[in-house]
Write a protein that binds this ligand. Structure first.
Ligand SMILES: Cc1cc2nc3c(=O)[nH]c(=O)nc-3n(C[C@H](O)[C@H](O)[C@H](O)COP(=O)(O)OP(=O)(O)OC[C@H]3O[C@@H](n4cnc5c(N)ncnc54)[C@H](O)[C@@H]3O)c2cc1C
Length: 458
């Protein structure tokens, strides 16, 4: 990785963004013998994955990999980045909206308030999602109908029990890191189809939250960047692009480079900040303008030991009601040499929590954990927050979600159709595992092959 060399004047392919999508595109091109240059705004690669090596590995961003996420697993295998099973042995906790605390095992407490209807709705969502073609989502005969309705109003209209609605609202916050009022039923269903099922999104064993990386989820990205070497330039921001019949002039804050093809592998709101000449087609421009990053913070709290395990608790907790924290997981290292809890805060709850000062935020999280796990939870040896909407580059997470109506009005041509010599990658352009690291990788590989199919000189 080289930050200080001058920009080359020409390169066959410029890749914008060194998250998993951009790095995977570059790796695919390089494997095929096509030189490329990756330019990245931040002073590091990995984008929405960010592993901090404190005295324990802390994954501030993406962290889990599931067994159907074959692209990420293959990359991890190629670059020798081992994984381990997420700890979830013992009793999970559920703090209900009235403040009561229940213990359970499995996916949810049996016979709890609203649970029967919650499972009915989950089954219905899977049935509807199965009708969507993830490679051609806008071909759905129900596109206009489903994209015109927010998830909030659909729940209000079709879900009888307020308790089931509470459960579904938290599921939406947890998976989409947004509020049910902000996404359409179509986007919800596409996302479920993209993952395979509602269960795949929600669960651990066999599902999206199954495994973690010993050296953190950024480790495969760092290994790819090391292999790509000088082809990756960090601390370089693409400001504008001018496209003509023969190539693209890419203007960066470190100089200009002429490319025959460009792969833009940035999240939609970041792509919208680049000036394109000629301007992007209306559908693509509108799609970018109407895709909004989700709101999530991860708070890691580190203890001398995972003391809750000795009390038969898994460390997994789900919290309804007024507090900020939505979900807690045991994020200890595999050898349990220290204990780590990670608390997720999303959507409306994040907006009110992040308005407080640092001490009040910390106190709130520690009080919540103390109510769940007892006094020892109030005395951590380390506490660290990452509020993604405040991240200078990502400006949110986990992913960008198109606003209601955007799939119907602009999805067919705006989602990922290449614009001349400019091709689109990024987790938000994936058919399979949209919004996930795995989707980012497959999107980068797809975009690389779109370009390789065009007779790029090596
Ligand atoms: C808190 C959190 C938890 C998550 N949990 C999981 C999880 O457990 N499992 C999972 O699979 N996924 C998870 N995700 C989602 C996953 O991290 C992302 O979907 C994935 O990393 C996105 O990769 P990407 O390459 O598409 O985009 P990014 O990682 O966003 O990479 C885009 C890159 O482009 C750069 N860039 C932007 N604009 C410019 C410009 N003009 N010029 C140059 N560079 C630019 C950015 O700095 C960035 O590095 C999570 C995300 C977050 C934030």
């Amino acid at each position: 990785m080289d930050t200080y060399q001058p920009m080359p004047s020409h390169v066959p392919v410029v890749v914008v963004g060194a998250g998993y999508a951009g790095l995977s595109a570059a790796l695919e091109l390089t494997d095929a013998g096509t030189p490329c240059l990756v330019v990245e705004s931040a002073d590091r690669v990995g984008g929405r994955t960010l592993t901090e090596q404190r005295d324990v590995v802390i994954d501030h961003g993406g962290q889990w990999v599931g067994r159907t996420q074959h692209h990420l697993l293959a990359l991890a295998e190629r670059f020798s980045c081992p994984t381990f099973h997420t700890y979830e042995t013992g009793w999970h906790l559920e703090r209900w909206s009235d403040g009561s605390l229940a213990r359970y095992t499995g996916a949810a407490p049996e016979a709890a308030a609203g649970i029967a209807e919650y499972w009915e709705v989950a089954g219905r969502l899977d049935e509807l999602a199965a009708t969507i073609d993830i490679d051609d989502p806008t071909s759905s005969p129900h596109l206009e109908e489903w994209d015109s309705v927010t998830v909030r109003s659909w729940f209000d209209r079709t879900v009888v029990s307020p308790d089931a609605r509470r459960r579904l609202d938290l599921a939406v916050q947890g998976v989409w890191s947004t509020e049910a009022r902000d996404i359409s039923v179509f986007h919800l269903l596409f996302y479920i189809a993209s993952a395979g099922s509602f269960e795949q999104l929600m669960e651990t064993d066999g599902c999206a939250q199954e495994r973690r990386f010993h050296r953190g989820a950024q480790s495969p990205a760092l290994a790819v960047a090391e292999q790509l070497g000088d082809a990756v330039r960090t601390s370089v921001t693409v400001l504008a692009m001018e496209q003509d019949d023969n190539g693209v002039d890419v203007h960066t804050d470190a100089g200009d480079v002429r490319a025959q093809w460009v792969i833009v592998a940035t999240p939609p709101p970041a792509t919208a900040r680049i000036r394109f000449r000629p301007p992007l087609p209306v559908d693509r421009a509108r799609w970018l303008q109407r895709s909004t990053m989700g709101d999530v913070a991860k708070v890691h709290v580190v203890y001398e030991a995972p003391f809750w395990r000795a009390e038969g608790l898994s460390g997994v907790a789900t919290l309804y009601g007024e507090g900020s924290v939505g979900v807690v997981f045991d994020n200890s290292p595999d050898d349990a040499s220290v204990g780590v809890l990670v608390a997720f805060i999303y959507g409306d709850r994040l907006r009110s929590w992040s308005a407080s000062d640092q001490e009040a935020r910390r106190q709130h999280v520690l009080e919540t954990l103390t109510r769940l796990y007892g006094e020892r939870a109030g005395a951590p040896r380390d506490y660290v927050e990452k509020n993604w909407p405040e991240d200078a580059y990502a400006r949110g997470g986990y992913t960008a979600n198109p606003a209601p109506g955007a799939w119907f009005e602009h999805g067919a041509r705006g989602w990922r159709t290449p614009v001349g010599r400019i091709h689109w990658a990024g987790s938000e352009t994936a058919s399979r595992w949209y919004g996930y690291i795995d989707g980012a990788i497959s999107s980068g590989q797809r975009a690389a092959h779109e370009v390789l199919d065009q007779e790029v000189p090596s």
